[in-house]
Design a protein around this ligand. Structure first.
Ligand code: MLT
Length: 409
């Protein structure tokens, strides 16, 4: 079952001097469609009856075609995400007579009580809106920072944000996402990788970090433990630099703080040329031997190869550019004294040698440092059980109470 579709007519007082439906008037039509939908569902008095009101936190509208006086617009609407106090909706307005999509809007709401504090999503609204919506804990998609990101959000409790490396996707954290009960496990695909959009341009560590912060904002998560592998670690450093107050802990896996050397930067350009000329498969083939240890099973090797081969070329080239140009984060390490940090390394990592990871761990005051045997670069994939166990121990040591997922207002 889907949510009711709403037809609304465009009138000339909503149009500009060119006769087009004005963009601000369009915003009102999106809102009108939602109220009409509510009237056809749980009733217009729903919010007053429960004392909880939805406040728009963010509105993103993509205007795709003009509409004119007399056009009837059909608004179809769906729920794309629900959290404990927030929800997001997508509304698509199509011209009735020719089916042309005129605009698509995405709206993030936070439920507030009469004093303006975040409040639980009213049950009546939740059950009405959940018609035809993916089940809880399924993969979600949200447009944030101008890009559609796919992500998983599983479980309740303090939040942990998993950031994958290059050229990979969120599935490298499958074991940890499945096992770390008592935590809200959030695992996005970075732009350009996995099921997220892969724009041609616009990749940098700061952009990846801004995407993830916008995603956390959209789903109402304030503080997180960052758990990041390799390039994910470079993104984590960016988040720490720009949003230190939101980071309650750090798990840095197979990563380093130093920037690329001159030779390293040249190698990035050569890899980008390979990706453009010969595709993702050529990049994947050259990376595989360095990604996993010799003793790693053939089944895992094939999984990792398939993951890398499926990464879109713009995402590969974008990530290589972002890594090539990333700032050196070494000076940040001594400032991490107040951030509980766990550093993990695979004993036979060839991409980021153990010596570099050890140096980074030594420079972080009171970081816990663990080396995982029989693993190379992809520690959580090659040794999932041991990795989860070590991360679980670290999370337990933080003493965070299961709460902390309230939206900022
Ligand atoms: C990664 O695994 O994310 C990358 O290989 C890191 C890098 O190349 O610096």
């Amino acid at each position: 079952m889907t949510l009711p579709e709403i037809d609304l007519k465009v009138y000339s007082d909503e149009c500009d001097t060119f006769g087009h439906l004005n963009q601000a008037a369009f915003l009102r039509l999106f809102e009108r469609a939602r109220w009409e939908m509510l009237e056809q569902g749980p009733g217009l008095d729903l919010f007053a009856s429960v004392g909880v009101y939805p406040a728009v936190r963010k509105a993103t509208i993509d205007y795709q075609a003009p509409a004119f006086p007399g056009d009837v617009l059909r608004f179809s609407q769906s729920l794309i995400y629900t959290g404990s106090t927030s929800f997001s909706m997508r509304q698509v307005a199509r011209r009735l007579h020719d089916g042309q999509t005129v605009a698509t809007g995405e709206f993030i709401f936070v439920c507030i009580d009469q004093s303006g504090k975040p409040a639980a999503l009213p049950e009546k609204l939740g059950s009405f809106m959940h018609q035809g919506v993916p089940t809880k804990d399924a993969t979600h998609q949200l447009t944030v920072n101008g890009v559609r990101l796919a992500f998983e959000s599983t479980g309740e409790g303090p939040a942990i944000l998993f950031i994958h490396g290059y050229p990979l996707n969120r599935s490298i954290w499958r074991h940890q996402i499945g096992a770390l009960e008592g935590w809200r496990r959030i695992a996005p695909d970075l732009r350009g990788m996995g099921e997220s959009d892969a724009p041609d341009l616009g990749y940098s560590m700061a952009t990846y970090a801004a995407d993830l912060i916008a995603l956390l904002d959209a789903i109402g998560v304030e503080k997180v433990v960052l758990c990041a592998l390799s390039m994910g670690g470079y993104v984590a450093f960016e988040i720490v630099r720009a949003h230190r107050a939101r980071v309650s802990g750090l798990v840095l896996v197979a990563t380093k703080a130093v920037a690329d050397s001159v030779e390293g930067r040249k190698a990035r350009d050569m890899a980008a040329a390979t990706a453009r000329e010969r595709g993702a498969a050529a990049v994947a083939e050259s990376m595989l031997p360095k990604m996993v240890a010799n003793e790693t099973s053939e089944q895992i090797r094939q999984q990792v190869l398939a993951m890398m081969e499926s990464t879109p070329v713009p995402g590969i080239v974008g990530a290589l550019t972002a890594m090539r140009d990333r700032p050196d984060s070494s000076s940040l390490l001594s400032e991490l004294a107040s951030v509980p940090t766990l550093v993990l390394a695979g004993e036979s990592d060839q991409l980021i040698p153990l010596a570099d990871i050890t140096r980074m761990a030594d420079a972080i005051p009171s970081a816990e440092f663990r080396v995982v045997p029989r693993a190379a670069h992809l520690v959580p994939v090659e040794q999932p059980g041991v990795t989860t166990q070590i991360i679980q121990g670290f999370l337990d040591s933080l003493g965070l109470k299961p709460s902390g997922s309230l939206p900022r207002r």
